[in-house]
Design a protein around this ligand. Structure first.
Ligand SMILES: *Cc1c(COP(=O)(O)O)cnc(C)c1O
Length: 375
């Protein structure tokens, strides 16, 4: 979809690994020519483990990169470091000089754009920890022009996640384009504009025309790129994988407390934390429909936290203990944000391809969990 929407523009889709870092998924995407946006050395190791040939299509984002992570990425000869502070740029220059490897960098600028989304996943305003004030970027690019181990390769921006409207993206890219034009006048020719990720999906069922959304988004960006002739990078995460995944849970009990009915499942906030963390909505449907009326229920997990819920006051098809329910659109920031809280073993992951299912991560065992501990 992104490939089509971008048409003749030279571009690279760098999948944001943090949305769902399953090796099998990285491998599928790499085989289709995708690049990767990583935010840690660990994520780079994942990419290298299944697609070493994709190293040259990796961009490294994140506000706190360690020297060891930078070294790993320099040795792998990744495409671009998205640098988030002057101090980080100095560190990058020092590591590059030490390893005698040229570092291609982009400043991740903070365009001071408000994007309508949950405050925890909004990143593009001056008070956020992300990026470099766009008004300072020019000076920084100038200050390292001619540096032996640093190559000013691009500029990047990422304003947040689950953004439904194309407009904030356009506003941000327009500001970035102006910076690129200014740099060009200064003789600094950037090859890449990295527009980041953040395109949102519809978690509320109904029909969602993903292709139309991508077209609208691509058109909005293309319109403000001005006469930039270089390459456009995009870093979609959620948009590529959210709707491809469901969390399947078993109903343990249906319990009444006063006026409320609780459907207690064997999955919990440790498996899918989005409702607890962002008040996120996931549609919940029984895997097999039973006859009968819907009920208004809370769907909750067994973890000892009142924040351990999947839905409050939700109209649910009738379910009984033992039934399976599917929490939809759990493919992004689901397993990737899971934990072993309450000493709960993470579930298996199954990939469904054209009607065939295959296990891509086995269920965890108690032995896995206890292995790193000493008494
Ligand atoms: C998280 C993140 C993304 C992906 O965001 P989505 O909302 O999943 O598309 C892309 N780029 C950067 C720098 C990120 O931190």
């Amino acid at each position: 979809m992104f490939q089509q929407a971008l048409g003749s523009r030279d571009h690279l889709v760098c999948y944001a690994v943090k949305a769902n870092s399953a090796l099998a998924i990285l491998k599928l995407l790499a085989a289709r020519g995708a690049g990767f946006d990583i935010v840690s050395g660990g994520e780079l190791e994942r990419v290298l483990a299944v697609a070493p040939e994709a190293a040259g299509r990796v961009v490294f984002s994140g506000v706190g990169k360690t020297a060891a992570e930078i070294d790993l990425a320099l040795q792998a000869e990744i495409l671009q470091f998205n640098v988030e502070s002057e101090a980080e740029l100095e560190l990058l220059a020092a590591r590059a000089a030490k390893l005698k490897r040229k570092a291609r960098f982009a400043l991740r600028v903070n365009p001071d754009v408000f994007a309508e989304t949950h405050p925890y996943i909004s990143t593009g305003m001056r008070e956020h920890k992300f990026g470099i004030d766009i008004r300072k970027a020019l000076k920084i690019y100038r200050s390292v022009a001619g540096s032996r181990w640093l190559e000013a390769h691009g500029v990047s921006v990422h304003i947040g996640s689950q953004i439904r409207s194309a407009e904030p993206f356009a506003v941000a890219i327009e500001r970035v384009s102006k910076l690129v034009a200014q740099l060009q006048r200064d003789g600094i020719e950037l090859k890449v504009i990295d527009a980041g990720g953040g395109l949102g999906i519809d978690y509320h069922g109904g029909s969602f025309d993903a292709a139309a959304k991508v077209n609208e988004y691509a058109a909005a960006i293309e319109q403000v790129l001005g006469d930039f002739k270089g390459r456009l990078l995009l870093e979609p995460g959620r948009f590529l994988v959210a709707q491809a995944g469901a969390l399947v849970a078993r109903v343990l009990q249906v319990k009444r407390n006063g006026k409320k009915t609780f459907v207690i499942t064997d999955a919990a906030m440790n498996d899918l934390i989005r409702p607890a963390l962002y008040q996120a909505h996931h549609e919940i449907v029984p895997v097999r429909r039973r006859p009968g009326k819907t009920r208004i229920v809370d769907v909750v997990g067994p973890v000892c936290e009142s924040g351990d819920f999947f839905a409050h006051d939700r109209e649910l098809q009738p379910v009984k203990p033992g039934d399976l329910v599917a929490l939809l659109d759990a493919g992004a920031y689901g397993m990737a944000q899971s934990s072993n809280y309450n000493t709960r073993l993470r579930p298996a992951e199954v990939l469904v391809e054209g009607g065939r299912a295959r296990l891509i991560r086995r269920r965890e065992t108690m032995a896995d969990l206890l292995a790193p501990e000493m008494v």
